[in-house]
Design a protein around this ligand. Structure first.
Ligand code: HEC
Ligand SMILES: [Cu+2]
Length: 510
């Protein structure tokens, strides 16, 4: 459809949405009856208005940009006329935790990944100052996709450690734009966390309609020498980056940045907006919120509005803006729907919604019954029966959750397996014979012929090295003390010792 006709820089995006939909529906209807001869002519590119007035920055009011520190979005400018906006950003190279027990040196705009969210208005004159902290080791610069001019400011802002630079630009186009460092090797600077979003509010109408919560989330891929969650200080691994084989795919630069205490929050009945960008350097994102539908999306951070979207594709160096109303309380999971990135590389965040149940929209209890079922009773009973003063009892109970979530998918809820397919863990002579071997099986997987309780199996179990030492110790303690088995607890240290003997994944990385 030639949506460009209705999408000049006219009225506010919000008020234009229903009109646009009306036009599209009407045109579709025409097509159905007379073959679509009513399609409006596509305007020649030169008629797309570039009508930002000539401004003299000296006569504009001076304001200092209020930046958004992730996951908080920058506040709306609240302005109805252009200003001369100062944006100050300091580059800091900092050693941070990328996952529990895993350290990594991030190169950052402002000390965070992503860097601060900048928010201005179309027609603003922006004075951007980049400071490179004297303790830094590298020169850096900034390329803002919102800039019209060579390199988006990169060459003008090239800054050595212990220096600062300044350049100015006029924001000609509205939208949500990525900025990033563009110093060679560019891919490495971006892979080390040097990106953020700059939002240019439209200068006509009220801009982005007001919502109750605005969050700022960016996805990036990271390339450490060690595998996902392998502890210690992990150096950047260039070959992995060239192979586009990240060990981590993360929201806001850390495994679990938006999980648990750090989850995004809202109450039922409220509207939520996520300014979502992808820094890359390599991967695109199939951005999805499990259990929600985006009521409104600005695809690619541009001017068009789409409605009722499940998953929106965001390019590397691109963005999207999604709005949705939350109706039902519970935890909603933000993911890259390329799901192994989510569940095996970290691209998971939580939105925790509190408020009254809305059972006509969603009835959680019915689903609980269907999914948990009575065969899980043993596990649930074990969890409930944990003696809080007995550490073994507590850890065995926690292991019950991992058993249900991971192992029971194949070994079955009652741990009796499936004849000829999945061997039993219940009363398993094979499991109980050798605790160290069972740790290795969980970490590395198992294939080839084995005999369990006199029955022969020739299957393939994948490894679960993504589970932490703690989770593996707990689940083995649990299965070794339930389902007709009786054996001592497995400790974190035993798991760590076995993990240390594993060959590195065969990716060619030392
Ligand atoms: C995707 C299916 C799958 C999942 C999930 C799975 N396993 Fe297995 N497991 C298998 C298969 C298949 C075998 C047999 C492999 C063979 O024949 O060589 C096996 C074998 C085993 C064995 C050795 C044989 C036995 O019965 O004692 C143990 C121990 C074991 N798994 C433990 C676990 C634990 C603990 C988990 C959860 C962390 C788990 N498995 C998750 C498929 C799975
Ligand atoms: Cu840089």
């Amino acid at each position: 459809m030639e949506q460009t006709t209705s999408l000049g820089r006219g009225p506010a995006w919000s008020s234009r949405v229903p009109i646009l939909i009306g036009v599209v529906v009407a045109l579709a209807a025409c097509k159905g009856t007379d073959g679509g001869t009513h399609d409006p002519p596509t305007p020649a590119p030169e008629t797309v208005p570039r009508d930002v007035p000539e401004i003299d920055p000296a006569h504009l009011p001076r304001v200092v940009a209020r930046l958004g520190v992730p996951p908080a979005a920058a506040p709306a400018t609240g302005r109805t006329s252009p200003a001369n906006v100062t944006v100050d950003i300091e580059v800091k190279e900092v050693e941070v935790e990328i996952a529990d027990g895993v350290r990594y040196v991030m190169w950052t705009f402002g000390g965070t990944v992503p860097g601060p969210m900048i928010r201005i208005r179309r027609g603003d004159h922006v004075e951007l100052r980049l400071k490179n902290h004297p303790d830094n080791t590298m020169p850096h610069n900034i390329d803002l996709h919102a800039v019209t001019g060579p390199g988006g400011g990169a060459a003008s802002s090239f800054t050595a450690p212990g220096h600062q630079t300044r350049f100015s630009f006029e924001a000609l186009n509205p939208g949500a734009y990525v900025y990033h460092c563009a110093t060679a090797p560019v891919g490495m600077h971006v892979a080390n966390g040097m990106y953020g979003l700059i939002v240019v509010e439209p200068d006509t109408g009220p801009g982005f309609p007001a919502v109750d919560h605005e969050y700022y989330v960016m996805q990036g891929d990271f390339y450490t020498r060690g595998a996902y969650r392998e502890p210690g200080l992990q150096p950047f691994e260039m070959q992995r980056a060239i192979d586009e084989d990240p060990s981590y795919v993360l929201f806001n630069g850390r495994d679990g940045a938006l999980v648990g205490d750090r989850a995004l929050t809202a109450r039922t009945g409220e509207t939520v907006r996520i300014w979502f960008g992808v820094g890359g350097p390599n991967l695109t994102s199939s951005f999805h919120v499990i259990g929600e539908i985006f009521d409104r999306v600005w695809p690619e951070g541009g001017t068009n509005v789409n409605t009722d979207v499940q998953t929106t594709l965001v390019p590397a160096g691109g963005s999207t803006v999604v709005d949705f109303r939350v109706e039902v309380p519970g935890t909603y999971v933000l993911v890259d729907h390329s799901l192994l990135r989510a569940f095996n590389k970290g691209a998971v965040g939580h939105l925790r919604v509190t408020g009254d149940e809305q059972t006509t929209i969603y009835s959680g209890r019915e689903l609980d019954e269907v999914y948990v079922g009575e065969s899980a009773e043993a596990a649930l009973t074990a969890r409930g029966a944990a003696d809080p003063n007995d550490p073994n009892s507590v850890r065995s109970a926690r292991g019950g959750s991992t058993f249900i979530g991971v192992c029971s998918n194949c070994h079955q809820r009652d741990a009796r397996g499936l004849a000829n397919v999945f061997p039993p863990l219940a009363s398993s002579d094979y499991l109980m014979a050798d605790p160290t071997r069972s740790i290795r099986i969980v970490l590395e997987g198992l294939s080839g012929q084995i005999t369990v309780n006199g029955q022969s199996f020739t299957g393939v179990m994948p490894g679960f090295s993504n589970l932490t030492d703690h989770e593996i110790a707990d689940v083995l303690t649990y299965v070794r003390a339930n389902f007709g088995n009786q054996g001592p607890a497995v400790t974190d240290a035993e798991v760590a010792a076995v993990r240390a003997t594993l060959a590195r994944p065969a990716t060619g990385h030392p």
